[in-house]
Design a protein around this ligand. Structure first.
Ligand code: HEM
Ligand code: HEM
Length: 179
């Protein structure tokens, strides 16, 4: 059952808006957009930050005092906001990214991202939407997975990300940001 988004609004205004925007639009590209992000995925990330499983000085601090029902309400609030997208300038780079996203790289053993993240990069209940996310945030996370700096899960993303070349990482991040 979806959590009531109303109680979340006060928390968003007080604690989250500064970085993620009131509608989850995150106008600075270093902060992830939360608008339209999948609810179960958001709940897991917030719990992981709270329990110290996902490390981020800022976010560990932000969620340290939140109860489960507040986390559920925040996830419900942001997941109900309409997702946004980006206009892509470098079409050629994006097409390299599309290849990786749709087919992976058979020569280095990278699976197609779409096999888990969905044909339109919409994700699923447990998996993050990548569509419309900031390129900068996506490539930062891929770097963090590759270096095992993002430790909350998961073997799959560690393997995938450590095989991406810099070009592939930037290209796939650009491509999904424009979906
Ligand atoms: C990441 C929620 C406040 C900075 C995230 C993520 C969520 C989230 C769900 C992970 C997104 C994903 O995995 O796609 C919230 C909520 C907040 C809040 C509900 C209010 C209670 C803030 C504030 C700041 C901030 C005020 C800045 C001062 C960040 C940063 C990350 C992040 C830098 C990326 C962390 C990383 O690199 O792993 N936030 N946030 N957040 N948030 Fe927040
Ligand atoms: C998380 C990108 C392939 C499963 C993520 C995130 C990114 C990403 C950027 C973090 C999103 C965020 O913080 O909001 C990619 C790319 C791929 C790829 C570019 C292809 C090169 C895959 C595949 C699978 C997968 C093939 C499944 C076999 C997951 C899961 C998470 C995740 C389960 C969530 C981890 C968590 O709960 O913290 N992926 N991914 N990904 N990805 Fe992928």
């Amino acid at each position: 059952q979806a959590a009531d988004p109303e109680p979340a609004k006060a928390i968003v205004k007080e604690k989250c808006r500064l970085c993620h925007g009131e509608e989850g639009e995150a106008s600075s590209a270093i902060y992830p957009r939360l608008a339209g992000q999948n609810q179960t995925y958001l709940v897991k990330q917030l719990r992981d930050f709270r329990d110290g499983k996902r490390k981020s000085e800022i976010m560990n601090e932000m969620v340290s005092g939140l109860q489960d029902d507040e986390i559920n309400a925040l996830a419900g609030y942001f997941s109900s906001k309409p997702p946004l997208s980006h206009q892509i300038q470098d079409k050629m780079l994006a097409s390299v990214g599309e290849y990786i996203f749709r087919k992976g790289n058979q020569y280095s053993g990278i699976p197609a991202c779409q096999s888990c993240h969905g044909k339109n990069a919409e994700g699923s209940a447990e998996l993050p939407r990548l569509a419309g996310q900031h390129k900068r945030y996506i490539s930062d996370q891929l770097l963090a997975f590759g270096l095992r700096a993002r430790t909350n899960d998961n073997a799959i993303m560690h393997t995938v990300a450590s095989k991406l070349t810099e070009l592939e990482r930037e290209a796939v991040a650009l491509y999904v940001s424009g979906i």
